[in-house]
Design a binder for this molecule. Structure first.
Ligand SMILES: [Zn+2]
Length: 239
């Protein structure tokens, strides 16, 4: 049964406020968690980019090398063809010109071979970098999963505590007059989770504005609910 004694009613609201303050704080903390997880995930995705780039570089090198190898095969084919024609030539001049052509083609071939060799060396370097990056990423992933788990555990902890607080709230609520509870909850939701505050050193514990002496007298008379003229929160005096 709700008691009609205002002093007891206010004491009930103060108890309720104790729970609601924690409910609000925890609710706000919980609301930040999905974003926190998103940020942790984004940071890990960013770390993967290095590997993606290295793998692309490795593929590009392989592609370029294939082209060079084809070029080298064409070059070798050309030399073979020229060499076959060499002894069918009639004049010494023609023979020398053809020999020069073959020597030039061979020099071109050497340049291509050199490029292929360098490409292999670069590929080996990148392969080593990829291996190192993979190892680093494994550690990053462990760290990422750990961070994510910590946040998830905290969310679970908050949820458990919120359930406890809601259960305690349910026990207090029947003691409070429904009209008073409705007024309290309206203020609670419009004033960031703080509905009832003490008057301390003649000022409101919610907005810190001065509470006039006649208002303090009114509070002490316990005849009706008194609210702050500035922030509209319910005022009480701690005895
Ligand atoms: Zn106030």
């Amino acid at each position: 049964m709700p008691t009609t004694d205002l002093k007891a009613q206010i004491a009930g609201l103060v108890k309720l406020q104790g729970l609601d303050s924690e409910i609000y704080t925890l609710g706000n903390e919980k609301n930040t968690k999905p974003q926190e997880i998103k940020e942790i995930e984004a940071a890990f995705e960013l770390k993967k980019q290095g590997l993606v780039e290295l793998e692309k570089k490795s593929l590009d090198l392989q592609k370029q090398r294939k082209e060079k190898e084809l070029e080298l095969a064409t070059n070798a084919e050309g030399i073979k063809k020229l060499s076959g024609q060499l002894f069918s030539l009639k004049t010494n001049k023609e023979f020398q010109a053809m020999q020069q052509q073959i020597a030039d083609a061979k020099a071109d071939g050497s340049v291509i071979e050199e490029k292929i060799l360098i490409s292999f060396e670069e590929s080996d370097k990148i392969k080593a970098q990829i291996e190192a990056e993979n190892l680093k990423l494994k550690n990053d992933e462990k760290e990422f999963l750990q961070q994510k788990k910590t946040v998830e555990l905290r969310v679970k902890e908050i949820e458990d505590r919120l359930n406890q607080l809601q259960a305690q709230r349910k026990q207090i609520i029947p003691e409070i007059d429904p009209k008073m509870l409705a007024a309290y909850e309206k203020i609670l939701h419009s004033r960031g989770g703080l509905a009832i505050v003490t008057v301390k050193d003649n000022s409101c514990g919610g907005c810190h504005m001065l509470v006039p002496p006649q208002v303090i007298n009114l509070i002490q008379m316990y005849e009706r609910i008194v609210t702050c003229e500035v922030c509209n929160r319910i005022l009480y005096i701690q005895e």
